[in-house]
Write a protein that binds this ligand. Structure first.
Ligand code: ARG
Length: 462
């Protein structure tokens, strides 16, 4: 087999059409799997030796050859050939070039079908670990910021209308919780990634007595896949990864959206560091929150990849089909996009500056303590629905006279309900309102600090 000849050329009587060759080739993108392909091949060769298919000498020659090729690839000293279609055949041809006839024995008891499925799983397992590390870094940054802003008061929103005062630390820890579930989901998805297809060969298994448990162990897989047809054909693990990735991106867009809103001069709640923003070529005053905007926008491609993968897999008959070659680019792009977004946010979050005065002012403007007044009346003996009615009237007076509840006089308040006393003003303050919500999961600064400590107990060190 000379290096540019098709390893499967034996039964063919004419050369592949030039366009078809380019159309069917995947080497342009699957060369990214080279390291994992070599890792899988080394384990396969070692297993073949243990079961007596390769001699020790042959196995060592193959392993050394593959390691040398890995070095060549790292140095950029590897000619990728389109004629050789994909990463697998490129590396195998190079092995034969390097070590001669022995190289041709590597593919014993194996097919590109179980090979590629194994490569992709090895790749994704590593990618998931890296993403989880990136995620934890962002979570740590959020927890640090939450601690710094545990006492900072801001308006909490429902329907994007001021609802009740909350602490900024509490808000940041809500983001932390979303990401904690994303990390958990990815770790769970990893369990289903970490199952080994190798040994399924083309689809039916091999006539050699392959020790698949041995190969699985060598590669750090939890176990070999239990059914050879399923092992080579399904890409559900990649789809599941894309689904986890989509949920994570969805969460990042929610964070992004709030940052975009909050940096606008209408909110002016936070400031992003200059080095994470850009200006406008025409409007000198502009400082645009490009990083959060771009993260928000990049969700589109990740959601798209999820749908692309689902559609790719849909209706495929058993076992392997060439359709599956289309799984790689969306998976790679999902990994790259996710990692870039996580990095951008993790680098940016420690530099977010809260405009504490603006946040407090905004909270004091929106009748955010109306619920506290209603609760106060309940404690004085009024039914909640009646209390709601009373407070509604007080708010109306506030709106008409452009004053917050705390700015109404005792006399004015008593006009709506004689149960109101001068102890009411304590509950109308923002600090009183947030401190009162001090049960588990509440917004009180004391609970935020507790949640920070709890989060730190769960986060990996680095
Ligand atoms: N490049 C192929 C893929 O990505 C490798 C497996 C090819 N198998 C085959 N029988 N043509 O799926």
């Amino acid at each position: 087999m000379s290096s540019e000849q098709k390893p499967w050329g034996g039964r063919f009587s004419e050369a592949t059409d030039a366009f078809v060759e380019a159309f069917t080739a995947s080497v342009e993108f699957d060369r990214r799997l080279a390291r994992h392909d070599i890792q899988g091949s080394i384990a396969h060769a070692q297993m073949l030796q243990r079961i007596g298919v390769l001699t020790e000498k042959e196995m060592h020659a193959i392993v050394r050859g593959l390691e040398d090729i890995a070095g060549d690839i790292d140095r950029g000293d590897f000619h990728w050939s389109l004629q050789l279609e994909d990463v697998h055949m490129n590396i195998e041809a190079r092995l034969v070039d390097r070590i001669g006839e022995t190289g041709k024995k590597l593919h014993t008891g194996r097919s590109r079908n179980d090979q590629v499925a194994t490569d992709l799983r090895l790749y994704l397992r590593e990618a998931v670990d890296l993403i989880c590390r990136d995620l934890a870094r962002l979570q740590r940054a959020l927890v640090d910021l939450a601690e710094r802003e545990a006492d900072t008061i801001m308006p909490g929103f429902t329907h994007l209308q001021t609802a009740q005062p909350i602490t900024f630390g509490h808000h940041l820890l809500a983001w932390y919780e979303m990401l904690a579930r994303d990390r958990e989901r990815l770790q769970d998805c990893r369990k289903r990634i970490n199952v080994m297809p190798l040994g399924a060969a083309a689809l039916a298994g091999s006539s050699f007595p392959l020790d698949r448990h041995c190969t699985a162990q060598l590669l750090g897989f939890d176990r070999p896949a239990a059914n050879s047809l399923d092992a080579v054909s399904d890409r559900d693990f990649a789809i599941e990864f894309a689904a986890c990735a989509s949920l994570l991106m969805m969460h990042l867009t929610r964070i992004a959206e709030e940052l975009v809103l909050w940096t606008s001069s209408q909110f002016a709640f936070v400031e992003l560091p200059d080095k994470f923003c850009t200006g406008s070529s025409i409007m000198p005053q502009k400082k645009n929150p490009d990083v959060p905007e771009l993260v928000r926008g990049k969700a589109g491609r990740v959601f798209g990849h999820l749908f692309g993968l689902l559609t790719l897999m849909k209706s495929q008959p058993l076992a392997y089909n060439k359709d599956n070659q289309e799984d790689k680019e969306p998976v790679f792009d999902t990994v790259d996009t996710l990692r870039a977004c996580l990095r951008a946010f993790a680098d940016m979050v420690p530099h977010i500056r809260a405009n504490r005065d603006e946040m407090r002012l905004a909270a004091s403007r929106g009748y955010a303590t109306a619920t506290d007044l209603a609760d106060y009346l309940v404690r004085k003996g009024l039914a909640f629905r009646d209390a709601h009615e009373v407070v509604g009237k007080a708010v109306r007076l506030g709106v008409e006279t452009r004053r917050d509840l705390a700015a109404l006089s005792l006399g004015e308040l008593q006009h709506f309900c004689e149960l109101i006393d001068d102890d009411v003003f304590a509950v109308l303050t923002l600090d009183g309102s947030v401190s009162a919500r001090d049960h588990f999961g509440g917004t009180a600064p004391i609970r935020v600090r507790e949640a920070v400590a709890e989060a730190r107990r769960h986060l990996p060190a680095d």
